[in-house]
Design a protein around this ligand. Structure first.
Ligand code: OFO
Length: 169
């Protein structure tokens, strides 16, 4: 049985994950406009993953006898100032999600809820990978100075990223 507090916070985190999906879709759209479809593909994959993270919480809430509460998803900002800015914001977003996951984990520990604690461990580990990947991408895009042949090479590389759900193509 979930406490009301954890049920509420898990619903909030689910909304955060849907918001992250939306944000990555905005980034994908930005790169499609630049005809950098490989980089756009990368952000589509990220968006798919965020949706999967949200749905994992959705399922967990139900398994624990909780209630899924779907709220409005905040519109993502799309006022990007260039290719480097997008990757900077992607890293910032991952840091923000790490922070919210960690706060949620703190509360699960405080409430001594072992099931939520165990469930959230996957997210804690996932965020380590996500931040590492976002940091690496940012470094590489900075090397290209956001333009030229380097950008085309990054575009080529990021076009290879796939997820199980590749339905956006
Ligand atoms: Fe949901 O993992 Fe990134 O944010």
């Amino acid at each position: 049985m979930l406490s009301n507090n954890l049920e509420k916070l898990l619903n909030t985190q689910m909304n955060n994950e849907f918001h992250a999906e939306y944000t990555y879709l905005a980034m994908a759209a930005y790169f499609h406009k630049l005809d950098l479809d490989g980089i756009a593909n990368y952000f589509h994959v990220q968006a798919n993953e965020e949706r999967a993270h949200a749905l994992k919480i959705f399922q967990f809430l139900l398994s624990k006898g909780g209630t899924v509460v779907l709220k409005n998803i905040e519109a993502p900002s799309a006022d990007f100032k260039g290719t480097i800015d997008v990757f900077e914001r992607a890293l910032e977003q991952e840091k923000l999600v790490t922070k919210t996951i960690n706060s949620l984990m703190d509360i699960a520990i405080k409430e001594n809820d072992h099931a939520v604690h165990s469930f959230l461990r996957w997210y804690v580990d996932e965020q380590v990978e996500e931040e590492a990947l976002a940091t690496k991408n940012l470094s590489r895009i900075k090397l290209t100075e956001g333009k030229g042949q380097g950008l085309l090479i990054v575009d080529q590389e990021l076009s290879k990223r796939i997820t199980a759900d590749d339905s956006h193509k």
